[in-house]
Write a protein that binds this ligand. Structure first.
Ligand SMILES: O=c1[nH]cnc2c1ncn2[C@@H]1O[C@H](CO)[C@@H](O)[C@H]1O
Ligand SMILES: [Zn+2]
Length: 343
């Protein structure tokens, strides 16, 4: 399965605070003189990664509380963005979109603008060092007020085309339905910022429909529960809206029952554009290679299937046409180098 590691990959759904390395946490704690529950990376990992008994999305989201106190200054944000790029490049990703919620990083005086600027600096530094492109997505959190989220969208608009490519909505989907965010994403649409929305993960198919019809989503994060309504699936197919599937994360949050139950094959067969992604490499204990390997192991995905998923991701990237053409060309070059045919 060495070809999986060498395959050029694209991760469109990757949370910054979900991929902090335990080694980095140890360094930050030492610098700040703060206590951690373990003194080495292996000991720390269980505090950062969900276990098999994770019961729900809310349970999964609780893991983020452990890292967020350390992501409250520009250096930490810049470094974690750089390391996200580094980690992806070492896994042979050629393009990533790194998402984070600026307002989760303003507990100690940073503004949303400072946070976004720091993350984009880190991504740029990673791009200079490695053969990879990296862009940012700003997240509005479901538990934040409309006023705060409008501010996130305004801040994002200042960085559109300057490192940022889209806005998103994340957090507790079951507790905060998408209807609450119409005004926020109306502004995003007015400002011309592409929108992706986490929907159909801890909520049903109606949330996916609302995300597309009212929030202006042109991509959907997860969407695994869209299958609960065939009419919604048909809508996704007809609009060509790519789904950012994150199989391991979806199994952990109990959005699906397990690999046997994972709808990716059905979606692909019915003509829906699907991509696979990591969501949170540290929290979910995964990587792009690992997601591909698990699809091969559990669902019999072969080389052509994986190439198709990556080609879908290249086409679904929030890049302008010239940048996308360059990415496409690079993808083809890289698969030719390792002797994998295009599909
Ligand atoms: O799969 C997910 N669904 C919903 N929210 C998520 C998911 N993964 C992470 N976050 C939320 O997004 C915030 C910013 O990155 C994280 O702190 C976490 O609360
Ligand atoms: Zn996510």
């Amino acid at each position: 399965m060495n070809w999986l590691k060498r395959m050029p990959k694209v991760d469109l759904h990757l949370h910054l605070d979900g991929c902090v390395k335990p080694e980095t946490m140890l360094e930050w704690a030492a610098e700040q003189g703060s206590e951690l529950p373990a003194n080495d990376a292996a000991g720390l990992l269980p505090y950062m990664t969900v276990s098999d008994d994770c019961a729900s999305l809310v349970d999964y989201l609780a893991k983020f509380r452990f890292v967020l106190p350390f992501l409250q200054n520009e250096q930490a944000l810049e470094r974690s963005a750089y390391e996200a790029v580094e980690r992806a490049a070492e896994d042979n990703c050629i393009y990533i979109e790194v998402r984070f919620a600026p307002l989760l990083h303003t507990e100690r005086g940073l503004t949303a603008d400072d946070a976004l600027a720091a993350v984009i600096r880190g991504l740029r530094r990673g791009e200079e060092r490695y053969e990879i492109r990296a862009r940012a997505i700003a997240i509005c959190m479901r538990h934040h007020s409309p006023k705060d989220n409008l501010e996130v969208v305004r801040t994002a608009s200042r960085y559109l085309g300057r490192g940022l490519v889209a806005v998103d909505l994340a957090g507790d989907e079951a507790g905060f339905p998408p209807q609450l965010f119409r005004e926020v994403f109306e502004l995003a649409q007015e400002l011309g910022i592409p929108v992706t929305i986490h929907a159909g993960e801890a909520g049903g198919a109606d949330n996916v429909l609302e995300a597309i019809d009212r929030l202006g989503a042109v991509r959907i994060g997860h969407g695994v529960r869209a299958r609960e309504n065939p009419a919604v699936l048909e809508r996704i197919r007809e609009c060509g809206i790519p789904l950012e599937l994150c199989p391991t994360s979806n199994i952990q949050t109990k959005a699906v029952d397990g690999w046997e139950d994972y709808p990716i094959r059905d979606y692909m067969r019915s003509g829906i554009v699907v991509t696979i992604n990591t969501d949170n490499p540290t929290v979910s204990g995964t990587s792009m290679t690992e997601e591909c390997r698990r699809l091969a192991e559990h669902l019999g995905f072969g080389m052509a299937d994986i190439v198709r998923l990556m080609e879908n991701a290249v086409e679904a990237a929030f890049l302008d046409e010239a940048e996308k053409a360059a990415l496409r060309e690079e993808f083809l070059l890289r698969i030719a180098e390792i002797g994998v045919p295009a599909v």
